[in-house]
Design a protein around this ligand. Structure first.
Ligand SMILES: NC(=O)c1ccc[n+]([C@@H]2O[C@H](COP(=O)([O-])OP(=O)(O)OC[C@H]3O[C@@H](n4cnc5c(N)ncnc54)[C@H](OP(=O)(O)O)[C@@H]3O)[C@@H](O)[C@H]2O)c1
Length: 257
């Protein structure tokens, strides 16, 4: 891989596992200097990524992250808002409390809103920058039994990303959204184990029922690296005319064109 991102400073929130780790590795392969955040520092860090511990469901975390990045690196070129999770409680609308709604909105919407707000003034000064917000196909196709608050929070992230792109693209900053389908990550494994337990079926049965329920034309989950390839492309100058877009990468799941 040539060094087409050499000299660029890239932040990947939730960059220690799953999709975020794959994105960090792909941007690193392309020569960027990588900063990752998570609540827990990974035991191994073979590529020497700069690590910042932060719980992004907490409002003050974004400012802490931005301050540390700007003090240490003095600039920011690529921001990938990847930290997120389906915190939806399964069940009917009637069982969802304000707290359930707030938890998903904080982690899946407000984390990105706050990180971007803290780092955008620097990108505007630089007159350059790329933001990629990681959403989900489920924002377009909510599953009422298992993703209501998560889907709604990510749908809001999509709308916010479009508005932000409209606002800052003339300042040299591109903003796009990537919406994966079902991806083989620790989060997904945990989710499937949860379904198996609550439905009293095996993990294998839960896995098959998940693929059936979602209906993946390609017949399998995505690998995290397949999502990361798209993010790396969007971060590169090859994507310099792309802003305000939402890319579904879901193995054909979405039934609409
Ligand atoms: N997997 C899928 O099928 C799928 C599909 C569509 C969209 N997505 C989206 O893709 C993104 C990554 O998902 P993933 O499956 O790769 O998840 P994952 O395997 O659980 O990894 C999540 C990463 O985010 C960090 N994280 C989780 N909660 C956090 C918090 N409160 N504050 C800060 N960091 C936090 C985790 O580290 P710590 O636990 O140490 O904090 C980890 O580094 C999410 O936004 C998710 O909604 C995933």
């Amino acid at each position: 891989m040539n060094n087409f991102l050499k000299g660029q400073i890239a932040l990947v929130t939730g960059g220690t596992k799953g999709i975020g780790k794959a994105i960090a590795d792909k941007l690193n392969d392309a020569g960027a200097r990588i900063i990752v955040t998570a609540r827990t520092e990974p035991e191994e860090n073979p590529n020497g990524y700069y690590f910042i511990a932060a719980d992004l469901s907490q409002p003050e975390s974004a400012e802490t992250i931005a301050k540390e990045i700007l003090e240490k690196f003095g600039r920011i070129d690529i921001v990938v808002n990847n930290a997120g999770a389906n915190l939806s409680k399964g069940g009917s609308f009637s069982t969802l409390t304000d707290e359930h709604w707030n938890n998903d909105l904080q982690l899946n919407l407000m984390s990105a809103v706050r990180v971007n707000k803290a780092l955008l003034p620097t990108m505007i000064d630089q007159q350059s920058g790329v933001i990629v917000n990681i959403s989900t196909y489920a924002a377009l196709q909510p599953i009422w039994e298992m993703t209501v608050t998560y889907s709604a929070a990510k749908a809001a992230l999509n709308a916010y990303s479009k508005a932000l792109a409209n606002e800052v693209s003339s300042k040299g900053i591109r903003v796009n959204t990537v919406s994966p389908g079902v991806v083989k990550t620790p989060l997904m494994e945990e989710f499937i184990e949860g379904i198996a337990k609550s439905s009293n079926i095996t993990v294998d049965e839960a896995f098959k029922s998940m693929l059936n329920k979602v209906g993946v034309p390609l017949g399998r989950m995505a690998e995290p690296e397949e999502i990361a390839n798209l993010v790396r492309f969007l971060a590169s100058s090859e994507a310099q005319y792309i802003t305000g877009s939402n890319y579904l990468i879901d193995g054909g799941v979405s039934p609409v064109v």
